[in-house]
Unconditional design. Structure first.
Length: 117
């Protein structure tokens, strides 16, 4: 019944007549980023290596001698945090890993009667 009340002239297209239609065009513009690549300074690279070395020393300090290795590893991690840059989060994790490894290493050394030095 409703189809008979509206003549065919009132049925319109969903798209306005003057729109440009392209098959491969994105709806919201370009899909690539135009942000320039920021190169890291050599100091930032060194900071990343220092943080990674600090994590390795901290983990080794749990098994070997915690009072020799872990404070040195924490010092290296603090230097890496001071350098900052791209690897600042890794350096922050290195400091926290060093603190946890110091406590765990001291507990393991005391429980197993291994020397602290």
């Amino acid at each position: 019944m409703a189809a008979q009340t509206c003549p065919t002239a009132c049925i319109r297209s969903a798209r306005p007549p003057l729109t440009r239609v392209c098959a491969n065009a994105s709806r919201y513009g370009a899909a690539v980023s135009s942000t320039p690549y920021r190169r890291s300074r050599p100091a930032e690279t060194v900071g990343g290596f220092l943080a990674a070395a600090s994590i390795f020393l901290s983990l080794a300090g749990v098994a070997y001698r915690p009072l020799r290795l872990v404070p040195f590893a924490i010092l290296i991690a603090l230097i890496a945090v001071g350098i900052g840059g791209r690897n600042e989060r890794l350096a922050t994790y290195a400091v926290s890993i060093g603190a946890v490894c110091f406590a765990a290493g001291m507990a393991v050394a005391v429980i197993t009667s291994h020397p602290l030095w």
